[in-house]
Design a protein around this ligand. Structure first.
Ligand SMILES: [Ca+2]
Ligand SMILES: [Ca+2]
Length: 457
């Protein structure tokens, strides 16, 4: 059971990203297996992150860097066999619903059965152009309570579909054994708009909300490219300037927390359904989010940065009989490691061309030595290297940042200019990709994306 979440950062109780996060079901899942507390996406935006995960290749080697690309247009992954396709090829019944690939059309040819997937348009139409946040003309950049029943929400309907599949009797093969299944459930909350039914939203009263910790003048020690990265969303309604000007930061935080709780509720329904099925004791459960989300940290909102809020993701893996229950693993790992991990766990034939590493050794011994960093790429030339202690960023123009997570988990203090750290930076830089393939063909610019040059300040 493969649970994909969209844009969920570390505001999950067991990850401690926000003290007011309420996610009892993800905590319950973590108690049954291994919680990776230092897991990172390979790209801090949907399409390249999902392409990387589903093909087991890095953006800089598959050429899918941005949302305005189709995965199958990129020559390097045109014919790639994705995770569901590989399971299907090896005798699994492969079922999916919701958002697994970035675009629905990209699911074609992957599944024995693909259930519902909904957009947010119907909600926007019922709410009307004024939205619910209080921002003028919010469009998709909206957040707050919506007058819909929990059961009506997109993710609940996707969850219901998956629950019904789990309730069905297992199909029997000719030998009389149950056919193994791969069930993927793609939940889209907390992707924008940050909507939750009122009953969930009101569990997070706006006047009791803690803002994320920020340091006045935090941007002062950033190089020009770092400062530029904070400006991508400036022309959207959800910019730091616009949110604070309208006095809506607390409400946005409350809305995001409510979304995390709503998604958690869906996760709980899936776990209950699995536990009540004949498959409870022999099913691997894997939960991940495609990237994180800033809510004002570094005056930045949303994603598309190389800092912790964008790159860190929840990753929980439960393997009956293998994973150490309730363990936390702080070794740096990536979503790119999921493909080889599943191949090994499910004893599929070894798959060539995968660029991640199986996490099975860490599932068995979460404290074992692990010398591999997690790499994240935001458009060609901009990369981050995350080890257990350090984050090193190098931008396309050569600008650098260095953060010491042992002393500075918020990445407030850029140490890159400090000669004392020259050696560690040099060592971290050895992990940067030596070559990068050019971007695959680009689609026309979309409604919610901005003109932006990621190569220079
Ligand atoms: Ca996403
Ligand atoms: Ca700073």
């Amino acid at each position: 059971m493969f649970i994909a979440i969209d844009d969920l950062n570390d505001w999950v109780s067991c990850l401690g990203g926000h003290p007011q996060a309420v996610t009892p079901q993800m905590d319950r899942l973590a108690r049954r297996g291994v919680l990776f507390t230092n897991a990172h996406c390979q790209a801090p935006i949907c399409q390249p992150s999902r392409t990387s995960l589903l093909t087991g290749t890095y953006p800089f080697s598959n050429g899918v860097y941005d949302v305005e690309q189709n995965m199958r247009d990129a020559p390097r992954v045109k014919d790639a066999v994705t995770i569901p396709q590989y399971f299907r090829k090896h005798g699994y019944q492969v079922l999916g619903a919701g958002k697994i690939h970035h675009r629905r059309a990209e699911e074609t040819g992957s599944w024995d059965e693909f259930g519902p997937r909904f957009g947010w348009g119907w909600m926007g139409q019922r709410i009307g152009p004024k939205g619910v946040s209080g921002l003028p003309e919010p469009s998709i950049f909206d957040f707050g309570p919506v007058p819909f029943a929990v059961e009506e929400m997109n993710d609940m309907r996707v969850t219901d579909w998956a629950v019904a599949r789990l309730r069905e009797k297992p199909n029997a093969t000719s030998s009389g054994e149950a056919e193994p299944f791969f069930l993927a459930v793609g939940l889209v909350t907390p992707h924008l708009p940050l909507f939750t039914p009122s009953e969930i939203y009101h569990r997070f009263p706006v006047d009791s909300i803690d803002l994320p910790e920020v340091l006045p003048g935090d941007l002062d020690d950033l190089p020009p490219m770092g400062r530029k990265f904070t400006r991508y969303f400036d022309s959207t309604p959800m910019s730091h300037h616009n949110i604070t000007r309208h006095g809506l930061w607390h409400k946005a935080v409350a809305s995001y927390l409510a979304c995390a709780t709503f998604t958690d509720h869906c996760v709980g329904r899936l776990l209950d359904a699995l536990d009540n099925s004949p498959h409870a004791d022999n099913t691997v459960i894997l939960l991940w989010s495609d990237h994180g989300f800033h809510i004002g940290e570094k005056m930045h909102w949303e994603k598309r940065s190389l800092w912790e809020e964008s790159t860190r993701v929840p990753l929980i893996i439960v393997v009956p009989g293998t994973s150490k229950a309730g363990a936390r693993c702080s070794r740096p790992v990536g979503l790119i490691d999921i493909y080889p991990t599943l191949v090994e766990l499910c004893k599929l034939p070894e798959k060539g061309g995968l660029e991640g590493r199986s996490l099975v050794p860490l599932l068995q011994d979460p404290d074992r030595e692990w010398s591999y960093p997690a790499l994240t790429t935001q458009m060609p030339g901009n990369h981050s290297v995350r080890t257990e202690r350090w984050r090193y960023i190098r931008y396309a123009n050569g600008d650098e940042e260095l953060y010491d997570h042992r002393a500075d988990p918020n990445e407030f203090h850029n140490l890159a200019g400090d000669p004392e750290h020259a050696a560690v930076m040099k060592q971290l830089a050895t992990h940067l990709p030596e070559t990068e393939v050019p971007s695959g063909p680009r689609l026309p610019r979309q409604k919610y994306t901005q003109e932006f040059d990621w190569t220079k300040p």
